[in-house]
Design a protein around this ligand. Structure first.
Ligand code: DGY
Length: 326
């Protein structure tokens, strides 16, 4: 029996590759960089399965080039890069990789919060630039994390994992979510509050909500205007959830205290972006889930989803179950 053909336009772990090779015929490109459009489209021609990172936008135009496609396996938990409605309409399965990156992304979120609060990146640059000539009492004064109020917008798996870390730091936890999480409220002493209440009361506002048509610009001028003047905004979800221009304005006018950003409206962030020259803004290149262990687990999960889908089974992380019931 011929094996279904899977197109993998980027490097993945050896383990995931061998697992896939047992079940599929692979069109594998061992490269880190994005393929150019011509090579990508050529690979789509014969593909029954396609594995992508979230940097690949799967649009109707892309799908038009993939007449045999049955499944798109996203190596990411966020799936705003997939046109789910279009995939469903065409009967193509879509999957993602939740759970395996929860703790890793929460670690990075908390590291970013700490780095922004305590000016870690700025202090490191200062020392390495040879500018540390004298110890001064007011040198690199930051903001306390312990005992402060953290407000988590989007209490999903990663939001809860951030809250667990915050509890360990003795922080008071507020959260806002579409649905209440009563278990988390009890185990983490987290208080459910309205969005406005969260913004007014938090010392650290952590944006964890996925990007959907409803959450584009969810944190805009009005919301930033409600934050305390020394509050810090942390975003490790998707850049477009925050209105980036409104954030730049709020920082420039010193209406908030700072920001820690792993994600941007446009990625990679453009060189002239004013956020890059602000001392009170810590910027990272979208590395929330970027550890060796977690990338391996994500690739394996994506491989298993792919194998199940192509075998006619329901993948564990199917995003559009309507396709499966057809
Ligand atoms: C995710 O898994 O969604 C990460 O942000 C990587 O895209």
């Amino acid at each position: 029996m011929t094996k279904p053909r899977v197109f993998i336009p980027h490097r993945i772990s050896e383990k995931a590759l061998s697992l896939l090779a047992e079940h599929c015929e692979l069109d594998y490109r061992d490269v880190e960089e994005m393929l150019d459009e011509e090579a990508f489209f050529a690979g789509l021609q014969e593909a029954c399965g396609l594995m992508v990172y979230s940097r690949h936008k799967i649009t109707p135009d892309v799908l038009d080039r993939a007449p045999r496609l049955r499944i798109v396996s996203n190596v990411a938990v966020g799936y705003d890069n997939l046109d789910l409605r279009e995939l469903t309409a065409r009967g193509i399965m879509a999957t993602n990789t939740p759970d395996v990156l929860t703790e890793t992304t929460a670690d990075l979120t908390f590291a970013l919060l700490m780095a922004t609060a305590r000016r870690i990146a700025e202090a490191d640059r200062f020392v390495k630039a040879g500018e540390w000539n004298e110890w001064l009492p007011s040198l690199m004064l930051g903001k306390d994390v312990h005992g402060a109020v953290i407000g988590i917008i989007g209490m999903g798996r990663i939001g809860e994992a951030v809250a667990r870390r915050a509890k360990g730091f003795g922080m008071r936890i507020l959260y806002h979510n579409r649905t209440r999480k009563t278990e988390a409220e009890q185990s983490l002493d987290a208080a459910y509050v309205s969005l406005d209440d969260l913004l007014r009361r938090s010392d650290y506002v952590v944006v964890m909500t996925p990007l959907t048509p409803e959450t584009v610009g969810f944190i805009g001028k009005r919301e930033l205007g409600l934050m305390k003047q020394d509050a810090i905004l942390i975003n490790t979800s998707r850049g477009k959830v925050v209105d980036e221009q409104a954030l730049i304005d709020a920082l420039m006018e010193q209406r908030i205290g700072g920001a820690g950003l792993d994600v941007f409206a446009t990625e990679p962030v453009q060189k002239g972006n004013p956020l890059l020259s602000m001392k009170n803004v810590v910027t990272l290149p979208h590395i929330g889930s970027a550890t060796r262990e977690t990338r391996e687990k994500m690739a394996l999960k994506a491989a298993r989803n792919m194998i199940a889908g192509l075998a006619g089974e329901k993948p564990e992380n199917l995003l559009n179950p309507a396709v499966f019931s057809h």
